[in-house]
Design a protein around this ligand. Sequence first.
Ligand code: GTP
Ligand code: MG
Length: 335
Amino acid sequence: RKMRSEVACRVDIDGLNAPFLAIYESLIPAEEEKAKQKQLLTLLENIVSKEWPEARLDLYGSCANSFGFSKSDIDVCLRIADANVKKSQVLLKLADLLQSANLQNVQALTRARVPIVKLMDPATGISCDICINNVLAVVNTKLLQDYAHIDVRLRQLAFIVKHWAKTRGVNEPYQGTLSSYAYVLMCIHFLQQRRSAILPCLQGMEATYSVTVDNVECAYFDQVENLIGFGSHNREGIAKLVWAFFSYWAYCHDYADDVISIRTGTVLSKRTKDWTRRIGNDRHLICIEDPFETSHDLGRVVDKFSINVLREEFERAAEIMQYVPNPCAKLFEPY
Ligand code: GTP
Ligand code: MG
């Protein structure tokens, strides 16, 4: 494979802003959906507080990080101080309580990588996963949401990229492709790295928010209202950014050496992270550093087969964006 720096973009690229924005708008959840999610959260809070008055519930993942599509499930984290009881015991007790409250399809998955209780609320039709004390996920949800506040182009780009990944079958971490969380980190990194940056590096600025979770210090500048307009010198529209995003992952990213890192706002080398060899199941074929758990590579799920699938999809998307007259239909063609 040859690497090249960014090639000249097609001249009519800005004419494609409207169709991309129309897709973005069509995926945004309606206000009434948000209201239903709140209603379900309140119901769950009532159920939980009877058994554990001190516990609290937080939304995390796409329902709270502003990158959620219409009609998605919600992810909830139950925070409970009781260190003496085992997580699996809490989950089983929780499943009991939910069942008695007439929630449907209640299932405790105590042996999953992230143990959860699943349920469906018949009143709102919303499905929900509840995990226990996954506080880092709550904190990285806030970080993503804070980034989304700074420039609307992040939300637009991430929606288009997630929609592409879902329709092309490359948003399946259990099958060796990337999670939605990984794609959003890729978008943030990309906008931090534009020649005229569209996003700052919040963890590189003076911290206004700081928490320590599981011995990890999570600190960054979170007063993002003060950063609105940060990227206004850069006038690139969504179509140009989609084109450049795919072109970067198809032709410019150095898969042999590079680690993308929104924590530092730069590209790190695999050597400095000691991510040059396969250790256990971590192959590091595409490296995306978690902003807080810095030893955590979101690309760890990618294997020697799926890396080719992913790279071929990036190249396909880049070529469509470069040459196809009306690229939207083809770009989002189900695989
Ligand atoms: P969709 O459900 O596809 O709309 O996206 P989502 O934003 O809910 O993303 P995803 O299901 O990939 O992840 C849910 C949340 O789990 C993320 O927002 C993170 O807060 C958290 N998380 C932390 N570490 C990981 C990880 O290694 N993989 C994934 N998938 N999620 C992680
Ligand atoms: Mg999710």
